[in-house]
Design a protein around this ligand. Structure first.
Ligand code: MG
Length: 339
């Protein structure tokens, strides 16, 4: 009798259990990602805006040159930067001129950048594809071919931002502008709308020249300003304010708390002043860099795991501060949106 009851009841228990499980699975909606919430970006005046036309500010990390720190360019690190560091954007510094860079090893370089871009799409993060070249005007055809391929492959994804010239050195704005117009045209033939970041002369400090003579007849273009807090101080903020007042949209795609060499001293006070300046103006930023070189601006200590999972002991003083800022500012942005 007892065992017969068990025989009758058991199938109902199992069916109930399965229905409960199915209900939970159907009812479970995963939290929308940052890109799910903001969608395709565009530029309105000097402001980066989301698909609803609302201001959006991206804050995250730049990977170091892929030629020297390829071990960090992987899915695990991207996910760690999202989950633990609260990054909403990462930047792929695709090395061009050094050995192992795009000019000599285009396939391997492309494969690595695609690994990171695909991981960002999967994780709902924005991603900057950065032609990390101080002499891009000398590599116009190579750059054009690269960005055409990227635009064809990724132009339909809201995640992707193109940075077409990292830190021109001793080159006039006229020359940088002419290069930029050619690359913008090549990208726009394949992707009508994703954000394009244009460099400015003198390692991305001379935004005032771009402000006086911006590229016209294009949309969703912003200009990069780079600073290293222990070298570039109020005079560069004043210059950037001049550019913003003239209507130039600015994106800080790279900065560090060190001197311009990437080393020297770490100036936390000036770094914080810059963060206040950027926050007050809704300027987006990426910190340089995810690398484990023994230098001030590298955020990891030598030998840090290539899979992420870093604790405080794995981070340099720059890394500790960069992580703290991202957690503080991006968590605030996310919780404000939920209210
Ligand atoms: Mg597009």
């Amino acid at each position: 009798m007892f065992s017969q009851n068990r025989f009758v009841i058991q199938p109902f228990v199992w069916i109930g259990f399965c229905l409960l499980l199915a209900g939970r699975t159907v009812g479970q909606t995963s939290t929308p990602s940052f890109v799910d919430r903001h969608g395709a970006l565009s530029v309105k005046g000097t402001q980066l805006v989301d698909s609803e036309g609302q201001p959006v500010v991206l804050k995250g990390m730049s990977f170091g040159w892929h030629v020297w720190w390829p071990q960090f360019w992987n899915k695990d690190v991207v996910k760690w930067l999202k989950d633990d560091w609260k990054c909403t954007v990462v930047r792929c510094a695709v090395g061009i001129e050094p050995d192992g860079g795009y000019l000599k090893s285009p396939e391997q370089s492309t494969q690595l950048v695609e690994t990171v871009v695909d991981a960002c799409i999967e994780n709902g993060m924005y991603v900057i594809i950065d032609w990390h070249d101080h002499h891009a005007s000398s590599h116009l055809e190579e750059s054009k071919a690269f960005f055409i391929a990227m635009a064809k492959k990724y132009g339909k994804h809201p995640n992707v931002i193109y940075e077409i010239y990292n830190e021109p050195e001793k080159e006039s704005w006229e020359s940088v502008k002419s290069y930029s117009e050619a690359i913008i045209q090549a990208i726009r033939q394949n992707d009508p709308d994703n954000i394009i970041l244009v460099g400015s002369p003198n390692w991305d400090q001379d935004v005032h020249y771009a402000a006086d003579d911006p590229i016209v007849g294009v949309s969703n273009v912003m200009y990069t300003l780079h600073f290293y807090a222990a070298t570039h101080k109020q005079w560069l903020r004043d210059r950037a304010d001049y550019a913003l007042q003239k209507g130039l949209p600015i994106f800080v795609s790279e900065y560090g708390g060190s001197e311009a060499s990437g080393d020297g001293i770490l100036d936390i006070q000036e770094w914080n002043t810059w963060v206040e300046w950027m926050n007050a103006r809704n300027v987006s930023w990426c910190t340089w860099s995810i690398s484990d070189k023994r230098e001030i601006c590298s955020v990891l200590i030598p030998g840090a795991s290539a899979k992420g999972g870093w604790g405080s002991a794995d981070l340099s003083p720059s890394g500790l501060h960069a992580r703290e800022l991202l957690r503080k500012h991006n968590s605030q942005a996310i919780s404000r949106e939920k209210e």
